[in-house]
Design a protein. Sequence first.
Length: 216
Amino acid sequence: MKPDHNDHEGRPSNSRGRGGRGPRWDGPRGRSAAEPVPTSTDEVKGWLAGRLPASWFTSVPNVQIDRDEITIVGTLDLTDIPDGVDATAAAQGRITRFREETRDERIAIAQDLERRFERPVAWGAEAGKISALFTNQAIPAMTRLRQPERQVLDTLVDAGVARSRAEALAWCVKLVGQHEAEWIGSLREALNSVEEARKSGPKYAPLNSACSVPQS
């Protein structure tokens, strides 16, 4: 899935863009971008099921969430494409048509979603074997590395695999994601189980709320 970094449709007015420090959310809860409102994939999917036009996708879209962004990728219907045409070209054309025809409404939906869940929204679409991501963010992830780790990055730079240490680090993360997908998937499932257990647990009043003491 290849993102189009030149398309900023659906971006909130308080987003700082690729060259800045990312969006800040100064809502009534007083949280910053480092503390977005807690949410789950199921909650966002449920919201989208009620908010999206039924004609857009063949099913509830795929949703990916992290602390910085919500990515929504829906599957487009190709059943009306006549037999005998180039399937790849037809899929590319359908994605392009969807992107252009739904732009204004997607921006409005993204703004509603951003106000509710305090994260920017990226849109994408799939048709047949073709997929495209219209919008997404590149978020800086700073870290401290000791010499052995720096040497790994420098080797990748010296070998021409990457142009900088930052690009080499991104390449390493992508490589782990590709080759350890099953293990990372099991970690995500375990985290989801923890979240479900947390939701089903007892509900406590906020620590700063006044506690009522029975009067004797």
